[in-house]
Design a protein around this ligand. Structure first.
Ligand SMILES: Cc1cc2nc3c(=O)[nH]c(=O)nc-3n(C[C@H](O)[C@H](O)[C@H](O)COP(=O)(O)O)c2cc1C
Length: 306
């Protein structure tokens, strides 16, 4: 979908359109990310990578619900030293910005991984401070504004690329966390990661996921994610990527009106394949044209006027 109306500048990245693949939905290989680019995506985020390789949790790691997925993968990843080759390769084949998602079990681990990812060619790094199912990382860091600020400052000092901070909805006040991230130097925010959830098998009378608890994604969390973006936009002027349950152009437009400058899409790709990006872009472009707007930027935060 080529429409000038869809072009955006996001935290100094130039995107042909405002739809972005969310972290973790596809594997790590440049080939799988390439298949998404053919679907018309504006940028891609990789699955989260850390300092050392991790196998992740035993199966089952994903369970389908009526309106989404609950996952507790346990951050399986090859480790950044192995992954830098793939980042370099991806940069030679991907015609869209590559955002590498990183996590760590300490402030230092975030900085080391982010530095290596940026040096290998990542156009930006996204800090996963919001994974709800692995102890001592993810949301355990993102729920504590002081620790989060230390992580962001250390990463900002280590990399010259834009730093995005991916926030958790599993907090009392997401605005407080967003403000802490921005004060510490975040160039952009991604809102949000999955919502803590679980499922129980009535036959075995046991939790379905091997980790018992996981994170809910998909249409069920859209209203929660939208409210998070709306709340953040009211207080924080740093650009936001809205994420959570987006499946259609209407969902995407709602996020722009709430204050997101771009949207990330995850579960819908797993359910509907890469064509979802093209369909959303067509719908957004048609909406902008019909309403006589020249760009996505013109509708960002529009629902806040009183
Ligand atoms: C199977 C699966 C794996 C995920 N892995 C990651 C991950 O590695 N890092 C991360 O930051 N978010 C991860 N997420 C969260 C998504 O990036 C996204 O924030 C969330 O699913 C909400 O968006 P959606 O409803 O469009 O899927 C994962 C989600 C799913 C469903």
């Amino acid at each position: 979908m080529n429409s000038n109306r869809l072009n955006i500048n996001f935290a100094s990245l130039k995107l042909k359109n405002p739809t972005v693949l969310a972290s973790g939905i596809l594997g790590y290989s440049a080939e799988s990310l390439e298949s998404i680019v053919e679907g018309g995506v504006g940028a891609v985020v990789t699955k989260s990578v850390g300092v050392t390789p991790r196998i992740g949790y035993a199966n089952p790691t994903v369970v389908q619900t009526k309106c989404g997925l609950i996952n507790a993968m346990g951050l399986p990843n090859p480790g950044i030293d192995a992954y830098v080759q793939e980042i370099r390769h991806a940069k030679t084949v991907l015609p869209v910005p590559l955002i590498v998602s990183v996590y760590g079990f300490s402030v230092e681990e975030y900085a080391i991984t982010a530095k290596k990812a940026a040096e290998a060619g990542a156009d930006a790094v996204e800090l996963n401070v919001s994974c709800p199912h692995v102890k001592e990382t993810g949301s355990e860091i993102g729920q504590n504004s002081e620790t989060l600020a230390k992580v962001v400052k250390k990463v900002k000092a280590a990399v010259q690329k834009p730093v995005f901070v991916k926030l958790s909805p599993n907090v009392t006040d997401i605005v407080e966390v967003a403000e802490a991230a921005v004060k510490a130097g975040a160039d952009a925010l991604t809102a949000v990661n999955t919502v803590r959830a679980m499922a129980i098998d009535v036959e075995t009378a046991l939790p379905v996921l091997s980790n018992k608890r996981g994170g809910l994604s998909g249409p069920a969390i859209k209203p929660i994610a939208l409210r998070c973006v709306y709340d953040i936009y009211e207080k924080v002027k740093t650009p936001v990527m809205g994420c959570g349950g987006i499946t259609s152009w209407r969902d995407a437009v709602e996020f722009f009106l709430a204050g997101a400058s771009a949207v990330q899409i995850g579960t819908a790709v797993a359910f509907e394949n890469a064509g979802v990006f093209e369909a959303i872009n067509r719908g957004v472009a048609a909406y902008l044209k019909k309403k006589d707007f020249r760009s996505v930027k013109e509708i960002v935060g529009l629902s806040h006027r009183s």
